[in-house]
Design a protein. Structure first.
Length: 162
């Protein structure tokens, strides 16, 4: 009996120690917050649903809410390269100018989740490369400059407006 009790105790402790936890936050593509005198409502797209409550008049689906995310730094490997990106913020076109760089660079536009949206190769003889952002939603994007050996040279935060 003591062996079984010891085994059961060890099992319960190991489950508690090695068990997974779910963080109560989500990184979503969109969301908003509304408040009136009687009701507060916030929502995000793409969150995990944890509970649904239904009545004849109302359906309430509850999930996790996104915490405040702050980007403290953007990776930059080579400080000596001069890069001009303009206009930023923009509603349509981003121009990328690298006046004194002699190698080939790949330009990679990603969203906040890291998904690659488009890539371009910038040759040394090209004065300016352009990205058309008109088809993208309003929001924050990242433009990565990637060297010939796939090393990250610099990353820039791009703001897409209306």
């Amino acid at each position: 009996m003591k062996k079984q009790l010891l085994f059961l105790s060890c099992l319960l402790i190991s489950v508690g120690v090695f068990g997974q936890s779910v963080s109560p936050e989500v990184i979503a593509a969109s969301g908003d917050y509304y408040e009136t005198a009687n009701v507060k409502m916030s929502w995000t797209l793409g969150e995990i649903v944890t509970e649904t409550i239904e009545t004849d008049a109302v359906t309430l689906t509850q999930g996790f809410q996104q915490s405040n995310l702050t980007i403290t730094s953007v990776e930059s490997m080579k400080e000596d390269i001069v890069v001009n990106i303009y206009p930023n913020p923009t509603a349509e076109i981003i121009n990328v100018e690298i006046p004194e760089f002699t190698g080939n660079i790949h330009l990679e536009l990603t969203n906040t989740q890291g998904q690659v949206l488009t890539t371009q190769r910038k040759l040394p003889e090209e004065a300016v490369s352009q990205f058309n952002l008109t088809r993208l939603a309003v929001g924050t994007y990242y433009l990565k400059l990637i060297g010939e050996k796939r090393q990250n040279i610099k990353t820039f935060k791009i703001i897409k407006t209306d």
